[in-house]
Write a protein that binds this ligand. Sequence first.
Ligand SMILES: CC(C)(COP(=O)(O)OP(=O)(O)OC[C@H]1O[C@@H](n2cnc3c(N)ncnc32)[C@H](O)[C@@H]1OP(=O)(O)O)[C@@H](O)C(=O)NCCC(=O)NCCS
Length: 188
Amino acid sequence: MKAFEVNTQDPVVVAIAADADAQAGEREALLARAMGLKWKRKSSQKLRRGRRPSEGLAFVARTVDGALAGTVRLWDVATGDGRPALLLGPLAVEPSLKNAGIGKALMLHAVSEAMRLGHAAILLVGDVPYYGRFGFSAEKTGALSMPGPYERHRFLALELVPGALDGAHGTLKATGRKSASVRIASAA
Ligand SMILES: CC(C)(COP(=O)(O)OP(=O)(O)OC[C@H]1O[C@@H](n2cnc3c(N)ncnc32)[C@H](O)[C@@H]1OP(=O)(O)O)[C@@H](O)C(=O)NCCC(=O)NCCS
C-alpha cells in the first residue's frame, strides 16, 4: 500500500490499495458522483461488461478514515490484429478531493504496476490535456478503433514496451477473465 498526503484545504492522507469485488457498490456510487451515469454508456464499457479487471490491476485510493477517494481499473483487451493490451478506465476521484493529486497518484501507480506485470501497452478514451501528462497520445491509435461510438481524438495509447503498437490495427476486443455471473449463466 502506498500512502501520500494530498493538497486539499486540510491535509488529507490517502493510500492506494488493491480493489476488491466486495467494494463494487461503493465504487459505483463514487463513479456516479464524479461523472454521472455516462460511464455506463461508453464504448469502453462494452469491453468491460461481464469481465473482471486484469489480474492485479484494480486500485482504490482511500483516506485514512477509510473513505473511498478514487478508483482506477485496467482491463485485458486485444487489438484487431491480436496484440494483447490493457484498457484503462474508469478513472475517477471523489469530487470534494479533486485536483489534489489523487488521480495522478492512481495513474502513476496503475502504469507502474502494469509495467511491472509485463504488459506492453495501455489504451484509453479520455482527455488529452490530462492523460498527455502521463505520456498518452493518439499517435499509435489511428488504425485502431473502439467497438462503438467514441471521439477518435480522445482514443489514446501509452506503450510500456517501445514499438508494441507499431502497425497495430483493428477493433479492440475483450479478452479478460469472465466475471462470476457470466460464468454461471453460460454454464446453466
Ligand atoms: C479527471 C480526474 C480523474 C483527475 O483526477 P484529480 O485527482 O482530480 O486530478 P490530479 O490532481 O491528478 O490532476 C490535477 C490537474 O489535472 C488537471 N485536470 C483535471 N481534469 C482534467 C481534464 N479532464 N482535462 C485536462 N486537465 C485536467 C487539473 O486542471 C490539474 O492541473 P494542474 O496540475 O495543471 O493544476 C478527476 O478530476 C475526476 O474524477 N473527474 C471526473 C471523472 C472524469 O472525468 N474522469 C475521466 C477523465 S477523462
